[in-house]
Ligand binder design. Structure first.
Ligand code: SAM
Ligand code: SF4
Length: 465
């Protein structure tokens, strides 16, 4: 089956999966050698890695993913917070608590004042990046509500902090709406296909606009046509066979690269979590085990080495710790998935939350944990604000030159966090990490980084290269 644009070709996926994927060590190792060249992988290569179950070869996949992650991303881990502005929704996705027919959920669209309050709390925690999230139905202003919300988020200034990059995860838009979203100063437009498998897609989307597979799968084309360079795609794992899903995702990437000369900026890897009003969320038909989940992250890291991988607080602290090394480059922290969840500690947040969280720790605890593992928590928004998006970002990322920007910017924004927001224990761990990271840098990188860190310690904020 084809979507109307024709780039998700199920026939091709089924053929690739049906071909007896070689589990021979020689061929698996040949794919890993290719991956080390940082030029990405083809569908057959991905199928070969997906078929591996031998523990030794699996270990080699993980080892290679770690090396690739390290080479491109260094020790950085970018942090953000989701901001759920509304849980109104006209769709009926069987896996989501916000589905229209779920009467157990309290419906709410935050007012601009309430959004301001939420943002003040996030800024006071030290966040610099927000992912705006909403259901697919807006208050009387319609889509303008989202644009107003973005303007509100950017308008908040608190002490030494503010939100410097707003990304958005909202339903597919028309080209004109995407143009307006771009004009609002959006960073990445994010949208998950949920499942690329047509029949499964139809069976889990029962009502509303989201039933239309083609409208959704073509959203990134419209976003890019409208000038949004950075788009984030994703799969909701658990709905269909993960091997099928990642091959289809490769087709999506290939299509965007062929049409726009640049692939997605990020890939998200949510796994289905229990949600009230949903049976399927508690017993996913194609549940992904923890080992397979790590395998997925590692394979994606090797297949599309320059694309960021995002992991949310759906996952537990342990899974998060294990997958950082394999390729995750961005994580959310201290999240609430109910509108108003930061300002109001509800007695029972499940009544308006989208799904259950696996990681309940606050930002400071996550920062401390990540830093203690040797990763530099980064709040950097430099690339986007210097216009290094789309092609320009990829051109910069590809020769590894990103290290001369990202690593110094990570250290300067981390130092801002340590100076302005960290608790005493986090500050201690963090300062030691800044010191050892500087010591491990080459001379040029160190010089640039030290200059930035000095400026921050001297009271300057928002400095980047
Ligand atoms: N309403 C818009 C949409 O559906 O694209 C955007 C926001 S929706 C709240 C964000 C994402 O949450 C969905 O794309 C889906 O992948 C994810 N999600 C929904 N239910 C979930 C569940 N039970 N567990 C984990 N993720 C879930
Ligand atoms: Fe609505 Fe999005 Fe939830 Fe579907 S996933 S019910 S569209 S909020």
């Amino acid at each position: 089956m084809h979507d109307t644009l024709g780039f998700i070709d199920e026939g091709e996926i089924v053929r690739v999966l049906a071909a007896p994927a070689s589990k021979h060590a020689v061929e698996v190792r040949a794919v890993l050698a290719k991956a080390r060249g940082l030029a990405g992988l083809g569908m057959e290569d991905v199928a070969t890695l997906a078929a591996v179950s031998d523990p030794e070869l699996l270990g080699e996949i993980f080892h290679t993913a770690r090396a690739v992650k390290d080479q491109i991303y260094g020790p950085r881990l970018v942090l953000f917070a989701p901001l759920y502005v509304s849980n109104l929704c006209a769709n009926d996705c069987t896996y989501c608590a916000f589905r229209a027919r779920n009467k157990a959920v309290k419906r709410r669209a935050l007012s601009q004042d309430e959004i301001r309050r939420e943002v003040e709390i996030l800024v006071d925690q030290g966040h610099k990046r927000i992912l705006l999230v909403a259901g697919e139905s807006y208050p009387h202003q319609g889509f303008q509500y989202v644009l107003d919300s973005i303007a509100t988020i950017y308008s908040v200034k608190r002490g030494k902090g503010e939100i410097r990059r707003v990304n958005a995860n909202v339903a597919p838009l028309t080209i004109d709406e995407f143009r307006a979203l771009k004009a609002s100063g959006i960073g990445t437009y994010q949208l998950f296909q949920e499942t690329y498998h047509h029949a499964t897609y139809q069976s889990v989307h029962l009502a509303g606009k989201k039933k239309d597979y083609d409208w959704r799968v073509s959203a990134m084309d419209r976003a890019m046509e409208a000038g949004i360079d950075d788009v984030g795609i994703g799969i909701l794992f658990g709905l269909a066979d993960w091997r099928f899903e990642i091959l289809a995702l490769m087709q999506h990437v290939r299509h965007l690269e062929a049409r726009f000369g640049v692939g997605p900026h990020t890939i998200s890897v949510p796994r289905l979590e229990p949600a009230i009003g949903s049976d399927i969320a508690s017993s996913p038909p194609h549940a992904v085990s923890d080992v397979d989940f790590r395998k997925i992250v590692a394979i994606l890291r090797l297949a599309v080495p320059y694309t960021g991988i995002i992991m949310s607080t759906r996952e537990t602290p342990n899974i998060r710790r294990e997958t950082f090394a394999l390729g995750v480059s961005q994580i959310s922290a201290g999240s609430r998935t109910n509108p108003g969840g930061y300002a109001e500690a509800e007695a029972n947040p499940a009544q308006s939350s989208q799904f259950q969280l696996g990681d309940h720790r606050d930002l400071d605890e996550v920062v401390r944990d990540v830093a203690a593992m040797g990763y530099v928590p980064s709040f950097c928004t430099g690339c986007y604000r210097l216009g290094r998006t789309g092609h320009d970002f990829m051109d910069l990322a590809k020769p590894g030159a990103i290290k001369l920007h990202c690593d110094p910017n990570a250290l300067s924004t981390f130092t801002e966090y340590l100076e302005d927001y960290a608790g005493p224990e986090t500050r201690k761990v963090g300062e030691a990490l800044v010191g050892s990271t500087l010591d491990n840098m080459d001379a040029r990188q160190k010089e640039i980084s030290e200059a930035l860190v000095r400026k921050v310690k001297g009271g300057k904020r928002d400095v980047f290269v």
